[in-house]
Design a protein around this ligand. Structure first.
Ligand SMILES: [Zn+2]
Ligand SMILES: [Zn+2]
Length: 157
């Protein structure tokens, strides 16, 4: 099952709605900073670095948000699967399906424009976990990052 968003322009408003629903269903408190950080991550079709977030929040926020507050908000969003961190880029992307509580993360990352798509390849995640357990390994989380060219960039070649 793919949950691709080929056009990211529509994404942020829809995503914010799903985030709000997911929070109220799970009894999580969506503070202004948490909402704002999510909005900023969702507003970009490319992965967002923490320092870019800090800068944007400082510029448009109702007041300067202290870095620890922003990091705490990011931490909350990641812990609940609303935002994912790409390990190799050290950058954040919004989850296209914030209502999904438990899913492995697989990403297609364009080397040219950095557009990132999340796949929900449940069978891949399940097989990984099973094979890890067969080795006596207890997996906590995983991120699969696939690098290449997105549809648009490969057409432009
Ligand atoms: Zn996700
Ligand atoms: Zn691309």
């Amino acid at each position: 099952m793919y949950c691709t968003h080929p056009e990211h322009e529509h994404a942020s408003a829809d995503l914010l709605g799903s985030l709000e629903r997911a929070c109220s269903e799970r009894g999580l408190r969506l503070t202004d900073t948490r909402r704002r950080v999510f909005e900023l991550v969702a507003a970009d079709s490319r992965p967002v670095k923490a320092y870019d977030l800090l800068e944007k929040i400082g510029k448009h926020g109702s007041g300067p948000a202290a870095p620890p507050t922003v990091y705490r908000a990011l931490d909350f969003l990641m812990r609940n699967g609303f935002v994912h961190r790409l390990e190799t880029l050290n950058a954040y992307v919004p989850c296209p399906h914030p209502e999904a509580t438990d899913h492995g993360s697989q990403f297609l990352i364009c080397e040219q424009c950095q557009e990132t798509l999340e796949l929900d390849a449940k069978d891949v995640a399940d097989r990984l976990r099973t094979q890890a357990r067969q080795q006596g390994f207890k997996p906590h989380r995983h991120t699969i990052e696939v690098y290449g060219l997105c549809a648009r960039c490969s057409q432009a070649r």
